[in-house]
Each structure stands twice: as C-alpha cells, then as structure tokens.
Design a protein around this ligand. Structure first.
Ligand SMILES: Cc1cc2nc3c(=O)[nH]c(=O)nc-3n(C[C@H](O)[C@H](O)[C@H](O)COP(=O)(O)OP(=O)(O)OC[C@H]3O[C@@H](n4cnc5c(N)ncnc54)[C@H](O)[C@@H]3O)c2cc1C
Length: 436
C-alpha cells in the first residue's frame, strides 16, 4: 500500500525525506508544507561530514553538491591587526573524515535547492511539471511530491489508523504519517509534547550567531579567518571562490537582554542587538557592521541542542533540528538531519504497511547517531568565544605550534571516518538509491 505522508518544513531533511520516499515507491503521495513562500535560500556555509557524504552519494547527488561547493583553502586565526596565526588546510579525502574545513562546504540555500529539485524528479530524472507541483485538493493525494508553500499546520489529531491535519488555510487532510522537519523551534514538537515541554527541550548553549554576506574587498581571499574579539565574541569571514564575503558574528553570554533581543525576534531587532555587542570590537568591525545593516540575507538565531527523549508519538515523528538539533557549532546538524531522513525512509520501507512499528524502529535506531552528533568537541563553544586577551594570545601560540608541526593532520588520520565509529545502516528495501 502506498503511503500518504505529510512533511512539515522544506529545509534540508524535509526535501531529502521526500526524495527518498518517492524513489522508494513512486506511488507514495508526499506533501511538503513550508511556512515561507518558497525554498529559503538564507544561511551560509554548512558542512557535510561523516554519514552525510555517503547519503548524498547514495542519492546520486554528490556531483551536484561538488558543483556548488565553496572552495576554501583552509582556515587561519587573525588578531585585531589582521596578522595570521596558524593555518589549517582542507583534508581533501572526500570521505566523511575531514579537518576543520570540510571538503564539502556548501551554502545552505544551494543544498536545500538541490534536495528540493531532486524531490521533484520522477524515476527517469524528469522534473515534474509546474501543474503537478501546484497542489490541488485531488493532486495532494496523487503519487509523487507536492509542495504547499506559505502554509503551516495548526492542528494534529491522530488515531490508530492515521493523522487528521488542519492547515493554516483551514483545509483538513488525513495522512498515514506526519513528519515534523520544521527546525529547532519546531511547532510540530510543541504540538506533540505541549508548548512548554516542547520549548524546554531546547537546551541553550548561551551562544548567539548572526549570518550574512557583505561585498567582497581586496584582501578577502579563499582562506577563512577567525578573529577572537574577547568578551565572549568571535567573528569569522569566509569568501572561498565567491564574489561576496560571508560574515559570522558569534557571542557567548548569559545576558537575558541579549537573549530577548535575538531569540525569535524580528531581523531589525536582531541587527540592533548584534550592533550593540560588536561595535568597536576591532579588526574590520566597522565594515562588517555597515554590511550587516545593508544585508538582505541576514539570519540569526540562538544556538543550542534539542534533547527530546523520544522523537516519535504514534504516527507523528520529528526529524532533523526539530527532534535532535546538534547546534551549528557541532558541524553535524546537516549531516544528522540527512541521517534522520535516511533512517526514517529505510524503516518505512522495511516495515511496509506497519507505520507505527516503522516509526518505533526509527526512534530507537536514530538515537546513537544523535548522541554522536551532539557530542561537542572539548572546549566548544568556549574556545570560539574567549573572554580575556591572555587566553587569546595563548590560543594563537597553540594554533601556531599545531599548524607548524601539522598535528591537525595526524589527529584527523586517527579519527574514525564515521562520527562515533558508527557506520551508515543499510536498507536493501530502500529503492532508487545507489549502492555503497
Ligand atoms: C533560514 C535558515 C538559515 C540557516 N543558516 C544556517 C547556517 O548558516 N549555518 C548552520 O550551521 N545552520 C544554519 N541553519 C540551520 C541548518 O539548516 C540546520 O541545522 C540543518 O541543516 C538541519 O536542517 P533541518 O531541515 O532540520 O532544519 P532547517 O534547515 O532549519 O529547516 C526547517 C524548515 O522548516 C520551516 N518551518 C519552520 N516552522 C514551520 C512551520 N510551522 N510550518 C511549516 N514550515 C516550517 C522553515 O522555514 C525551514 O524551511 C539555518 C536554518 C534556517 C531555517
């Protein structure tokens, strides 16, 4: 029996799951509902590491990723005068085993677009016609994938046989499975566990990050730069081979005022808060703050991890940041969200006709991957957001020594390719994927 699936959120893992489910059974009817009017292209570089690399290979999308990859030569640390301390290059292994800079650095919007387009391709690789993508009441139950943009879900009522979904436009539909892929503030999670419990599952790291791009200037080369500005502030720039420069402003603070000025606030309010924190902090800060004020792709959020004891309730499941956000400072958020799509699609194919059993298996099987992804490297995020000038000087000395003796390369070779040493689970039942 083909499945009727609703996926809430067209970020990274939402379209990835839609692609896997469609390929697994072309008769599956998959609706993806996204609250924005289209695919969101904001966000800067994200990494594919560990299991993220083989999953994109299995999907036949690794070449599409490579074509869009931002090519960086490595990362260096700079002081307030722009002087470099240490230099760490890319690993160049093209496997899950990588150094500070991933071999697969891709802009979030590009990865989202690749996965979105893949979900709209039929088994011969043809793109669906626009007519099919536009969801009509009949079309939503037809085979394939349809996107409902500018829409959210306001209510979920489930019984043993299915889930009744009420959309923000007042329509109701019944699905076999509902998957919340709606990011770290997931409304699906709050509907499943209750408003307060759903919010409390977000464990703050008391770190806030702003992401935006500014015009490229001479001196912005293919080396990523990290500047410790002290007082818990870190600034990174990345240009790679692009005609613009990406700026990341990061601050670690337990100030309630800062939290209130950033978490779930308007862009204007967030920009004002970052301006106050970073003004006068050295290096090229005046240029960055001017660029921030003028940027149209600004995105900021509070950094934390979602600790949900379970990601399944009956026929409703959470996936990606919604269920197990690993935090951008882990470098594993995108990878573990793809792992969620892979495992959920695999279990639904394995337990065909028995959705509750498939979801229970997903809930258990995803856990070790989540635990591994959420394990932050020692010292993170403190080491990126140092307080005092002596700590910054000490760090510059250490990175210079590590880089001179190429100790980073030795450490990388010793690390397992798969994070936590756990391999990608195999699902022979999953159709339309490429062999290992
Ligand atoms: C705009 C944006 C920019 C980002 N930039 C970065 C970055 O620069 N670096 C980084 O490391 N991580 C970034 N992230 C987070 C990163 O994408 C995720 O950590 C990771 O890729 C896992 O993706 P996901 O699909 O689980 O969630 P997300 O990529 O967060 O996608 C969630 C999707 O759900 C949609 N959504 C939310 N609520 C609802 C609702 N109620 N109904 C319908 N749809 C809803 C959102 O609009 C979004 O499209 C960003 C996320 C977003 C949304």
């Amino acid at each position: 029996m083909p499945l009727k699936v609703l996926i809430i959120g067209a970020g990274i893992c939402g379209p990835a799951l839609a692609t896997l489910l469609r390929r697994s059974d072309p008769e599956n009817s998959i609706t993806v509902v996204e609250r924005y009017p289209g695919i969101r292209h904001n966000g800067l570089q994200i990494d594919l590491r560990a299991w993220g690399v083989p999953i994109m290979k299995r999907l036949g999308l690794i070449n599409a990723v490579k074509e869009k990859c931002v090519h960086e030569s490595g990362i260096t640390f700079v002081d307030s005068k722009g002087k470099q301390h240490g230099l760490f290059g890319v690993a160049g292994t093209e496997t899950g085993q990588q150094s500070f800079t991933s071999d697969f650095e891709i802009l979030r919007g590009d990865l989202s677009q690749i996965l979105y387009e893949a979900s709209l391709q039929d088994s011969d690789g043809r793109l669906d016609t626009q007519k099919k993508q536009e969801s009509t009441p009949e079309g939503e139950y037809g085979p394939g994938v349809s996107y409902l943009f500018g829409t959210t879900v306001t209510r979920l009522d489930q019984d043993e046989k299915g889930v009744d979904v009420t959309f923000s436009d007042g329509r109701t539909r019944r699905y076999d499975v509902v998957v919340g892929a709606d990011g770290q503030w997931s409304r699906t999670r709050r509907m499943m566990f209750g408003e307060e419990a759903g919010i409390d599952m977000f464990k703050r790291l008391n770190v806030y990050v702003a992401y935006f791009t500014i015009p490229k200037e001479p001196g912005d080369d293919d080396l990523a730069r990290f500047f410790h500005a002290g007082k818990g502030r870190g600034i990174a720039t990345r240009t790679g081979d692009r005609p613009y420069t990406q700026v990341y402003l990061m601050v670690r603070t337990d100030s309630e005022e800062v939290r209130r000025g950033i978490e779930r606030q308007s862009v204007e309010e967030q920009k004002e808060t970052f301006d106050k924190i970073f003004r006068g902090s050295g290096w090229q800060m005046d240029r960055f703050l001017k660029g921030m004020a003028e940027s149209t792709d600004f995105y900021a959020d509070s950094i934390g991890q979602i600790k949900a004891p379970h990601v399944v309730k009956g026929r409703i499941a959470l996936m990606g940041d919604a269920g197990y956000c690993a935090a951008p400072v882990s470098g594993m958020g995108t990878t573990v969200s793809l792992m969620g799509a892979w495992t959920l699609a695999g279990e639904l194919a394995r337990h065909r006709g028995d959705v509750p059993t498939a979801l229970e298996a997903y809930d258990v099987k995803i856990r070790p991957y989540v635990d591994a992804a959420q394990k932050l490297m020692p010292g993170v995020p403190g080491i990126m957001t140092l307080e005092s000038s002596w700590a910054i000087s000490l760090l510059h000395l250490i990175v210079s020594i590590l880089s001179f003796f190429k100790i980073d390369k030795i450490l990388m070779r010793l690390a397992p390719e798969e994070k936590g040493g756990i391999p990608l689970p195999e699902y022979p039942e999953l159709k339309g994927v490429y062999p290992a």
